[in-house]
Design a protein around this ligand. Sequence first.
Ligand code: ASP
Length: 439
Amino acid sequence: MKAHAGSTPLHTRIFLGLLVGAVAGALAQVTLGPDHAGLQHFVKNVAQPVGQIFLRMIFMIVVPLLFSALVLGVSEIGDARRVGRVGLRSLLMTVLLSGTAVGLGLIAVNAVRPGAGIDPARRDRLIALYADTGAARKNIETAQEAKSAAQTLVEIVPQNPLKEAVEALTGGLLPFMFFALVFGLALSSIETEKAAPIKALLEGLLAVSLKVIEYAMRLAPFGVCGLIFSTTALLGVDALLALGRYVVLVLAALALHLFGTYSIVLRLIARRDPLTFFRQIQTVMLTAFATSSSNATLPTALQAAHEEVKLPRDISTFVLTVGATANQNGTALFEGITIIFLAQFFGVELTVAQQFLVMLLAIVAGIGTAGVPGGAWPMIAILLVRLGVPAESIGIVLGIDRILDMSRTVLNVTGDLTIAACVSAMEQSPAEAHQQALA
Ligand code: ASP
């Protein structure tokens, strides 16, 4: 996704779309009232369809995007297993840090409940509107049907992955991801010459999918404007207040994970002073913040790892390259909070089991998320539908996403460097560690 299209950066235009939609919607709400027939007609026949077209452009490419990104991500980690101990240790650190990140996000969002407090009567009106245009109502009902734990587990393994792909938007997501994980693992363990053409094909498919997302994002300023207009016109300022609480919560949780979790891990496992470490990698953090892209930050990260942090080149190259696509802590944390926030917003109460599912999916989603600006969104869209939350709700948060994207990308990249430092320390001989301590 390019940041620029035309002369104004895309993210600025999306933000403007949000602003125009929110102000116009709130004005319409105050002056005409949410029951005004003309306003309802406009929302239903103009604002809503514009938003829908934008969302459908994203949905239509989600299955190929997810499949190629996940298989490639996993096969890289699978290759890593061949690299041996370093790979295994990086993998364990990735799961540990991503798990902590999502856990932290889920605790925060459940404690603060930024999406609560929307007037239920008004909310029902909004849901009714979405139910007219999609299968939201049906999904909400399905989400509330409880299944036994054993059955849920069995159904993760698909009988027919093609059928799950077709039904990815209505419940087939997890089994389809499971298929992609197994496929990626198998791909990494067959002969290199046989795997090469499949990998090349998937790399092409991934590039094409990202291009389609880029096209969709060109519609984002209009789509977001339409979606936020519908929301504020029917809900009023309640919606905007909830959005403010959500932004503050995401930033606070990201800061806690960055300075809290990473510092502890750096001190205990990498045996480094966290402040010195953050100072050494400050250019990397700034680059991540400015570009919103882990991939674009990779060259700077590689250089800093070697020249500033003085990590062994082989380990850091390996961990950072794989991590740029496969380890996305900030994104995982963000996805957890966003999904639960939107569920709260729409009054969809998620059970503990469903929250656990969100946690699992957000960790796996970290692997399947492309390291580009807004890479998290296709995944969030599909997860929302899976949980019975109207995907149109994305319009509420997408407009202010740039600042959150910049911030979570800092964590994604810092997480890679933290893992590289930890794995390097684990690989050090006691004599080397002693020398480093004296230095
Ligand atoms: N922008 C993030 C990255 O490149 C991905 C995302 O969370 O959207 O790491």
